[in-house]
Design a protein around this ligand. Structure first.
Ligand SMILES: C[S@@+](CC[C@H](N)C(=O)[O-])C[C@H]1O[C@@H](n2cnc3c(N)ncnc32)[C@H](O)[C@@H]1O
Length: 355
């Protein structure tokens, strides 16, 4: 659970007091992002209905949060509580802190009460404590994925802001389902982004499964926050395999459902992805829209989104079901292998599959 991102995005299910701000810290070789929590008289952070969220469903001992303090007497307390209450179920788990990172363990009491769905998780730094930094995730260096994109390639779904830019080593074109004039509608009138119009001549309007390039002509196919919008991902990977030269790469930045607003979702199971591959359809179905609406709490069952065929998250990924999917791409589609760069609670992870 990426409290850094969810607090930043003002997610209604993460309630914080005025004692909380988002922050980042260099610790050893890593940068950590998380919450700076000042001591106070009441719990400073409440994660509503946490036990229904995907990262808590397996009742893990730890979800990858750590804490540290600069002061002499750091302490953070963690508990599950009935919705809206500050009364811990099964008592507080208390963690004494020093300068180094200490793992925040989940306080699952073995009497079973906290096993109910819909309980809140509350975090409390008491008045006797020094300020605490709750480290939610280690930062990943996206440049490591971008640097793999050299030679001739395509960035799919760049929106108005491509991440792979042309250079003497990089010949890139952009494939977008949205013509530039539609971007404002998609991204909203308040979406402030610098658009480099000099790149527009490199754009082609089309769909990810209809790459308008000759077979075996590409060194890379890059996408960022697009893969989860695609129905039948194995079908897409088959098309892309045909467009890549041997040794060419699919490089994708994919949101991790555990690090984003998709936290209520379950990772799409492999059998569903295999069934889509067998059926062969490449466009999202009504059922995909209904699931997206359930995950995001949209009341009309996704009716309006379906009517306008708006861009939705068609599938939901963690590094784990992505690894299963890429395993199938290796077995079935002629990819040599794959790698995933991932860290718990980060908002996205990076996948590379080599043709
Ligand atoms: C969430 S935005 C990501 C934009 C940008 N790449 C980023 O990382 O911020 C998804 C983009 O993918 C495009 N897109 C979604 N499905 C697509 C498809 N099947 N073919 C081509 N583009 C697609 C959308 O038009 C949109 O611009």
């Amino acid at each position: 659970v990426n409290l850094f991102y969810l607090v930043h995005k003002r997610d209604p299910n993460v309630v914080t007091s005025e004692h909380v701000s988002i922050g980042s810290r260099r610790m050893g070789a890593d940068t950590w992002r998380g919450l700076q929590i000042a001591p106070g008289e009441a719990p400073q952070v409440r994660v509503r209905a946490a036990t229904s969220w995907h990262p808590f469903r397996t009742r893990p001992a730890s979800i990858g949060w750590y804490a540290a303090t600069d002061g002499p007497a750091g302490e953070i307390r963690v508990a599950f509580a009935v919705p809206g209450s500050d009364q811990p179920i099964g008592g507080w788990a208390e963690l004494a802190l020093g300068e180094g990172l200490a793992e925040v363990r989940m306080p699952w009491p073995l009497d079973g009460r906290a096993y109910a769905d819909g309980l809140d998780l509350i975090l409390y730094v008491p008045p006797s404590s020094s300020p605490v930094f709750l480290a939610c995730h280690r930062a990943l260096d996206r440049r490591r994925a971008l640097e793999l994109c050299v030679g001739t390639g395509v960035e799919i779904g760049p929106g108005p802001k491509p991440q792979i830019l042309p250079s003497p080593q990089v010949q890139v074109s952009y494939l977008e389902e949205m013509p530039p004039q539609e971007w404002r509608r998609l991204y909203g009138p308040h979406y402030k982004i610098e658009v480099d119009e000099a790149l527009w001549e490199r754009y082609c309007v089309g769909r990810a499964h209809e790459l308008p390039v000759p077979d075996a002509s590409l060194d890379f196919i890059f996408s960022s926050h697009v893969f989860e919008h695609l129905a039948n991902p194995l079908g897409h990977l088959r098309v892309w395999a045909s467009k890549l030269r041997r040794g060419g790469k699919v490089v994708a930045v994919v949101p991790d459902l555990a690090g984003t607003k998709d936290y209520p979702a379950a990772p799409t199971p492999l059998h569903e992805l295999l069934a889509e591959f067998k059926a062969g359809a490449m466009e999202p179905s009504r059922a995909h829209y209904e699931r997206f609406a359930r995950v995001r709490g949209i009341q009309d069952g996704g009716e309006k989104l379906w009517a306008s065929r708006s861009s939705i998250h068609v599938h939901f990924y963690t590094h784990s079901n992505m690894a299963e999917l890429m395993g199938e791409a290796v077995r079935r589609l002629g990819y040599q292998g794959f790698a995933i760069m991932h860290t718990p609670n980060h908002k996205d992870f990076y996948v590379v599959a080599v043709r």
